[in-house]
Design a protein. Structure first.
Length: 170
């Protein structure tokens, strides 16, 4: 039986049989608590592997799981890793692995938490509550011309002018 904490066990076998787990879309808020715990443990095992393999131990703090933006980024990286390394080979994806590694390094700045870089966890800042009346203001905006006006292409006037030139009487 494959070990869900070992990413290598999720790769397709050499005989071409499918991977042990199908790549899935993960939406944390939509998961039942038991599933959320199982998947968080799976993600945690992969993050430990990622930190060691790519020497990101100084970039991804030990408290990454307590920061929801970092969890979402790591989830996206993990889902992409699964599709890249354990998914079906698709034509035109010859550089998929290199693309995934480029994506990883593009995400690294979003994975870093300066407040927690010393090894001591710092709680994220509190969410600032919306000012009174903001819901009503948003509802009014939805009824305004900004959202109810007819669709008009920004270049419509220029297109009409050119059409008039082509159809001008001789």
């Amino acid at each position: 039986m494959p070990d869900p904490l070992n990413p290598a066990d999720l790769w397709p076998s050499m005989d071409g049989s499918p991977p042990a787990a199908e790549p899935q879309r993960w939406v944390w808020a939509a998961m039942e608590p038991k599933e959320r715990q199982i998947r968080m443990r799976e993600l945690g095992g992969w993050v430990d592997w990622l930190r060691r393999t790519f020497e990101l131990h100084n970039k991804i703090t030990h408290c990454w799981y307590r920061h929801s933006p970092v969890v979402e980024h790591l989830t996206a990286l993990y889902a992409g890793w699964m599709r890249t390394y354990a998914g079906e080979e698709a034509p035109g994806r010859e550089l998929a692995e290199a693309d995934w590694i480029n994506t990883l390094y593009a995400f690294v700045p979003r994975l870093q938490l300066a407040a927690c870089a010393t090894g001591a966890h710092q709680e994220p800042p509190l969410v600032v509550p919306p000012p009174p009346g903001s819901d009503e203001s948003f509802d009014l905006y939805l009824l305004s011309d900004a959202t109810t006006a007819s669709a008009v292409h920004p270049a419509a006037a220029e297109l009409n002018r050119r059409e008039d030139e082509l159809n001008a009487p001789l």
